[in-house]
Write a protein that binds this ligand. Sequence first.
Ligand SMILES: Cc1cc2nc3c(=O)[nH]c(=O)nc-3n(C[C@H](O)[C@H](O)[C@H](O)COP(=O)(O)O)c2cc1C
Length: 180
Amino acid sequence: MSKPKANILFQLTGSIACYKACAVISKLVQSGCDVKTVCTENALKFIGKSTLEGLTHHAVYVDTFEDRSALEHIELTKWMDLAIICPATANVMNKLAAGVADDFVTTLFLAWDQKKPWLIAPAMNRNMWAHPATVRSVKTLGEWGVRILGTGKGYQACGDVGEGRLLEPEELYLAIRKHL
Ligand SMILES: Cc1cc2nc3c(=O)[nH]c(=O)nc-3n(C[C@H](O)[C@H](O)[C@H](O)COP(=O)(O)O)c2cc1C
């Protein structure tokens, strides 16, 4: 496969699956993409900034008001060729579908230039995935042109078995490549 050389805006939210996202980021960087990361405050409870900065060679964006230039959320949506939220919590998906923009990730989404692909890779417990609020949000986001990548079925960190697992890094990498 040829190298994509794309600008990827990679956003992480507060899921146990954040560690799997690191493998995807590493593969993207190795394949020639420029990757910038954005984290919710809760994502940083699962993964350290140093890991993401080491993998991408860029600072991590977390706070809409603190980071660098005041209009960074607009600059980033211009810079990116593709955005992905991976892993995406039930919380962030439900917030996006309600039009809430109260942190960096959700503010970026409202500033999204809809000509560019926006992917969501959900990761959550099977009951959260099956909850009517989440089901409705998945439908709404799909209608708005967001590409929901689906989930895997199997063992979940809480001990349950079912739908809602984050896809595997190789599947995520190929899905991103496909949308570039
Ligand atoms: C150990 C642990 C693992 C969690 N994993 C998930 C998860 O995989 N998916 C999810 O939707 N929420 C998960 N949560 C709950 C979210 O972290 C919580 O809803 C949080 O408010 C999400 O914030 P954010 O969407 O702003 O990152 C987990 C919580 C804990 C304590």
